[in-house]
Design a protein around this ligand. Structure first.
Ligand SMILES: NC(=O)C1=CN([C@@H]2O[C@H](COP(=O)(O)OP(=O)(O)OC[C@H]3O[C@@H](n4cnc5c(N)ncnc54)[C@H](O)[C@@H]3O)[C@@H](O)[C@H]2O)C=CC1
Ligand SMILES: O=C1[C@@H](O)[C@H](O)[C@@H](O)[C@H](O)[C@H]1O
Length: 338
């Protein structure tokens, strides 16, 4: 059975996902689209060749009998309401990060899913599907560097749009590290701290950039992440795990090493879309395959809630300029770790 998918939110990543689901991946077809910008969505539907029906209201799209599953790529504040509507309709849903913009919102989704009695929600934390992060996890699991003690990370973007302001470097950007490191280390967070660096002259008015986020895990592993979203030079993701007997690092993306014109080096990617392009494909192919079997094996609503609650604690820590506890609700058995 081909999975018939409806997409809510057809901006940058919504359009990319629509194309990959419809044209690139196996076992799915995009049959319905919705966005608050209807005309642009109709134009996209036509120009892309997908030619799906465009719905005025996302609720009607979710209810449509020929829509088997949903993908949500609207902006973050709309996610909670839209995911809850999918759960209410009993339909599987892939929701781009963040699952919700507050811990309470994430918890409402968790509670609704538990009440529904079956897993329906997967969250778009694609780094878990990245070949480099997977190799790093295998290295840690093999015990090659002993137990992990500390982790040094960086999440650098060349620039961000003017609408990217305030705490988005935590809620929109650092949320990727929050999820992937929890998965990588198979651990949870207990406390956090946010330190603002000297502000770059390239950071726009509504943003303090760069910042440093410190996390402490239940096992006592210390993590520092530099988030620098106006770094100018490239999209650069770093992760170095310091263990008892060695250091294991996230592999760099492949690029041809050059010796040319009196210089030595290679290219650095400039766009986040290219850095994780393969992992989006792997992530969504796995979601299609699982959904056709009635399973969720990727990041769950619980993982989405955990990330939102940790991000919220980081925002509190930033405001209070102190170390803040990461307070997490009791995990329902429904989401027991494998
Ligand atoms: N996993 C990843 O690496 C990435 C995830 N994202 C996430 O995907 C989501 C979308 O991001 P972008 O595509 O970059 O943003 P965007 O601004 O390009 O697109 C968002 C779209 O949602 C539409 N929209 C807003 N509210 C809506 C509503 N209530 N109902 C229906 N449509 C609505 C907007 O009109 C817009 O077309 C965000 O949550 C973002 O954090 C974005 C980029 C990368
Ligand atoms: O999710 C993403 C964006 O929304 C976010 O703004 C970027 O900082 C991230 O690198 C990208 O992966």
């Amino acid at each position: 059975m081909t999975l018939r998918i409806g997409i809510i939110g057809c901006g940058a990543i919504g359009q990319d996902h629509a194309r990959r689901l419809h044209f690139k991946l196996q076992g799915a077809t995009v049959v319905a689209l919705n966005d608050i910008h209807r005309e642009a969505t109709e134009a996209f539907s036509e120009a892309s060749g997908i030619r799906a029906r465009v719905y005025e209201h996302y609720q009607d799209l979710i209810q449509a009998p020929d829509v088997d599953a949903l993908l949500i790529a609207s902006w973050g504040p709309a996610h909670e309401e839209q995911v809850l509507a999918c759960i209410d309709a009993g339909k599987p849903v892939f929701c781009e990060k963040p699952l919700a913009t507050s811990a309470a919102g994430g918890l409402r989704i968790v509670e609704a899913e538990v009440k529904a009695g079956r897993k329906l929600v997967q969250v778009g934390f694609m780094r878990r599907y990245d070949a480099g992060y997977r190799q790093l996890k295998q290295t840690l699991q093999a015990g090659t560097i002993g137990d992990a003690l500390m982790v040094h990370c960086a999440h650098r973007n060349p620039s961000v749009p003017e609408m990217y302001v305030g705490d988005m470097n935590i809620t929109d950007t650092h949320v990727h590290e929050i999820d992937v490191l929890r998965w990588l280390l198979d651990d949870d967070y207990v406390s956090c701290q946010v330190i603002e660096g000297r502000k770059s002259r390239h950071a726009h008015a509504g943003l303090h950039d760069p910042i440093m986020v410190l996390l402490e895990t239940r096992q006592g592993i210390r993590i520092d992440t530099e988030i620098f979203v106006a770094c100018r030079f490239g999209y650069d993701i770093q992760c170095h795990v310091v263990g008892e007997t060695g250091v294991a690092s996230l592999p760099e993306p492949m690029s041809v090493p050059l010796r040319s014109q009196g210089r030595q080096g290679g290219a650095i990617l400039m766009d986040w879309k290219m850095r994780f392009i393969d992992s989006y494909d792997v992530e969504l192919q796995a979601w299609i395959d699982d959904t056709r079997k009635g399973l969720v094996t990727g990041p769950t609503a619980w993982d989405g809630y955990f990330a939102s609650a940790t991000a919220e604690a980081c925002v509190e820590a930033r405001r209070s300029k102190s170390i803040a506890p990461v307070r997490i609700a009791e995990r329902p058995d429904f989401y027991a770790r494998a």
